[in-house]
Ligand binder design. Structure first.
Ligand code: DQA
Length: 137
């Protein structure tokens, strides 16, 4: 089973960025644990702060991978382009957020990903990614 985790803007700063919201673990440390926890999954990880690179990656893997776990971060709330890319490919996408975006500012209540995602998991910290992986197994 081939699964890619795609993280959007500012998620390269996990561990340093607003730890009261996003926690103090780096994604790299968490990713190592995730790989140990799901040894049968062939993982790929991609992070970009650039919308077009996220779209390019979805197009690149979206006809051959078994699943995409996508935290589009701030682009969740703005990107018609990422939503269209998800619609264009055949690989199912699970939308993930570390924080419960519905508890936060009103502009974070809108998602261009949710209507085209297989499912949405949010608010469980980094464990949201575990739950998304499990949904594909
Ligand atoms: C986030 C929530 C978004 O609103 C925010 O812009 C992020 C991270 C989350 O994982 O909680 O960068 O996607």
């Amino acid at each position: 089973m081939k699964i890619i985790i795609i993280n959007g803007p500012n998620l390269n700063l996990l561990g340093k960025r607003e730890p009261e919201i996003y926690g103090s673990a780096t994604f790299e440390d968490y990713y190592k644990k995730l790989q140990e926890k799901f040894p049968k999954v062939e993982f790929t990880y991609f992070q970009s702060n650039i919308e077009g690179e996220l779209i390019g990656k979805i197009q690149e893997v979206g006809f051959s991978y078994d699943g995409i776990v996508l935290n589009a971060a701030a682009y969740t709330h703005t990107s018609v382009g990422i939503g269209d890319a998800i619609k264009a490919v055949t690989t199912p996408v699970v939308e993930v957020h570390i924080s419960n975006t519905h508890k936060r500012e009103a502009y974070r209540h809108v998602s261009y990903i949710s209507p085209v995602a297989k499912g949405v998991i949010l608010g469980f910290g980094l464990q949201s990614y575990d739950l998304a992986i499990q949904s594909f197994l």
